[in-house]
Structures are given as structure tokens and as C-alpha cells.
Ligand binder design. Structure first.
Ligand SMILES: [Fe+2]
Length: 346
């Protein structure tokens, strides 16, 4: 068998050139090999819509146990866990929309050793590990696509939470076991989302995502102790002129109703404050409403650029939650109709 990576990759896809669907088993890449195996990692990310990276997340279990313990009625006090000293890098909030849940946002700040509470320290450690892994994944994309400018969109040192509306952070979602919202299909807004397995599987790929295999539940593909799901968000789509597409995903309300708390710990790698990307050349006047944040930078650069902060603010809630575009023929699939009848996707 040829060892030429291009020959190898061509052999892994369908022979139909108009229908380049992945038709192979999932390829996992070890975290230490993401840069070396960047062609394979990027191929998964680009053509399957997500990649699976094996990483030894030593503190994930401790972090999830601690976060599950916060699922009570009373809001946790950050001071009780020594987290108040990290003001600007840790935030707790309770939200009701689109579903009731608690959120604990933590940047990838390196401060785990400064916190005495073991559960809180484990969560800080997890955020740091995922931050570093997310930068490695982005570096792999930058190298593979020969787009070093992608790395200018992010900062190695995590920005405080107030530095941008949606900076890079680990978001611990603590669902309380009651839910009435649907899956709320959406795209994430950043460059990359890194999602270790939550406390139990409820994250779904869109019903129209056909390179996932037998299950719609993405976390069921993972070894919970080792695997991290990696997928692109809207900023990477824009920055690569749609070479990468975002993964439409949602959380199963049916599984959230199982009566016990669920915790998920995705890390969102997002552009730093002030980052801009070129307005996509395909963005003509008729599509301009999709890009309300297109601005002409001072100094008269040749290309207008997108102010990503404005882009996210303007787009969020307007298009992302219902931003799924699918061919109508997809509805004709008998398997899909059967699953919909069985309320599989609720
Ligand atoms: Fe999401």
C-alpha cells in the first residue's frame, strides 16, 4: 500500500468525485501527534465535520464530580472554593434561555495550584489542558492549510472574561435534570470547540449529519477518559473562506429529562479581542445581511474585514440557533423519518 499521504487520503473517500463522503472508520489522533498527523486530523475535521483527539485528561473525572456537586438549588459561592482570587477568569451565572442551567466559565489561566479546593483545582487544570490542546489543533490547521495568519487570531495567554463578549474559555454547563427546550440546533461561534465527554451522553449531531455512524450521540463515539471531540465554529468557517464548515449540533432534551444533573465541559477557542478576518469574497451585496459586521478598516485596506466581535453579537441568536440549511431530499430518507417518528432527535 502506498505511504504517500495524498494517495492514502484519496483511498479513504468515496470513489464518486461529486460525493466526497467519508466512508471509513473514525480515525483518532493522539494529542501529541496532532501536528505530525495534521493531514489526517484536518481531513476528519474538514470532511467528517469533527475529529477525535486522544488526550490523557487526568483531572476530567475529578472536575466532573465537583461540577455535579454544584447542581443544587443554591448558587455556589466562588469564595467557598478559593476561586474569587481569580476574578476576571472565573464567572458563575444561572441562565433560563434556551434552557435552565448553571454555567461556570473558566479561562485557560494557569492557576490550578493556587486553589486549595481539589475539585475547583481539577476544573482549572482541565481548562488549561483544553486551552493548550485547542491551540495545538489550530496550529495543525494553520500548518496544513498554509495559513499562519490563523494563529494571529488567538492569544496564547488567555484573555480575561470581560475582554470580549465571547472570549476563549471552558464552559461548564450544569443541567439540573428538568428541561423543556428542544435540541436548539446551532453552530458554535468560535474557531474550534473541544468537547470531552460530559457526565453522560446527550450531545447530538444534526439529524442531517451523515458521517457520524450508527448513533447521533457524539459522546457515544468517545472513550470518556481519553477522547476529546474537536469541531469548527463560525469564525473558522469565515477565516478559511468555508474550507471548513461548522458542526450543527444540539443537546438532547429527552436525555436531559432523565432526572439527574448532567455536566458538560466544552472549551471554546475564539478569536482574541480586536481580531479581524477578510470578508469572504463570495459575500456579494445580496448576502450582505448575513455579514452585518463587515467593516472597512482605517487606512483603507484593499479588502473589507469582519469585526468578529460585532459579527458574533449580530449573528448570535438571529441565525445560529436555527441556521441549519439542508437539502429537502434529506427528509425523504426512511431511516430519518423513522427516527423522527420515534422522537429520537427530541
Ligand atoms: Fe454548541
Amino acid at each position: 500500500m502506498s505511504t504517500d499521504p495524498n494517495v492514502l487520503l484519496r483511498s479513504l473517500v468515496s470513489s464518486d468525485p461529486h460525493n466526497l463522503k467519508i466512508c471509513r472508520a473514525f480515525q483518532r489522533v493522539a494529542a501529541d501527534d496532532v501536528l505530525r498527523c495534521r493531514a489526517e486530523f484536518c481531513y476528519e475535521l474538514k470532511h467528517r465535520g469533527f475529529a477525535i483527539v486522544q488526550s490523557d485528561l487526568k483531572r476530567r473525572k475529578d472536575a466532573l464530580s465537583w461540577l455535579e456537586s454544584l447542581a443544587g438549588e443554591r448558587d455556589p459561592q466562588l469564595a467557598d472554593y478559593g476561586l474569587d482570587s481569580l476574578s476576571g477568569h472565573v464567572r458563575h451565572e444561572r441562565v433560563e434561555f434556551p434552557r435552565p442551567l448553571q454555567r461556570l466559565d473558566i479561562t485557560g489561566i494557569s492557576a490550578g495550584e493556587a486553589v486549595a479546593d481539589a475539585g475547583a483545582a481539577a476544573t482549572l487544570h482541565l481548562a488549561r489542558e483544553l486551552h493548550e490542546l485547542s491551540l495545538t489543533c489550530l496550529a495543525a490547521v494553520a500548518q496544513h492549510e498554509e495559513m499562519p495568519e490563523l494563529l494571529d487570531l488567538v492569544t496564547e495567554t488567555p484573555e480575561p472574561l470581560h475582554s470580549a463578549k465571547e472570549p476563549s474559555f471552558l464552559r461548564a454547563n450544569i443541567y439540573g435534570g428538568k428541561d423543556s427546550a428542544g435540541p436548539c440546533w446551532h453552530l458554535d461561534l468560535g474557531l474550534l470547540t473541544l468537547a470531552p465527554a460530559g457526565s453522560w451522553p446527550a450531545l447530538m449531531a444534526s439529524p442531517f449529519h451523515d458521517t457520524i455512524g450508527e448513533t447521533a450521540f457524539l459522546e457515544e463515539l468517545l472513550d470518556p477518559d481519553r477522547d476529546v471531540l474537536v469541531f469548527a465554529g463560525t469564525a473558522l468557517v469565515l477565516a478559511t473562506a468555508s474550507a471548513y464548515t461548522g458542526l450543527v449540533h444540539g443537546v438532547s432534551a429527552g436525555r436531559l429529562k432523565q432526572g439527574r444533573a448532567r455536566v458538560s465541559v466544552p472549551y471554546f477557542l475564539r478569536p482574541r479581542r480586536g481580531a479581524t478576518v477578510e470578508k469572504p469574497p463570495c459575500c456579494d451585496e445580496s448576502l450582505a445581511y448575513l455579514y452585518p459586521a463587515a467593516v472597512q478598516p482605517e487606512g483603507g485596506a484593499a479588502q473589507p474585514v469582519l469585526d468578529l466581535l460585532r459579527f458574533h453579537r449580530d449573528l448570535y441568536g438571529r441565525l445560529c440557533a436555527r441556521g441549519q440549511v439542508v437539502p429537502l431530499s434529506a427528509f425523504a430518507s426512511p431511516e430519518l423519518q423513522q427516527k423522527v417518528r420515534e422522537e429520537y432527535y427530541l
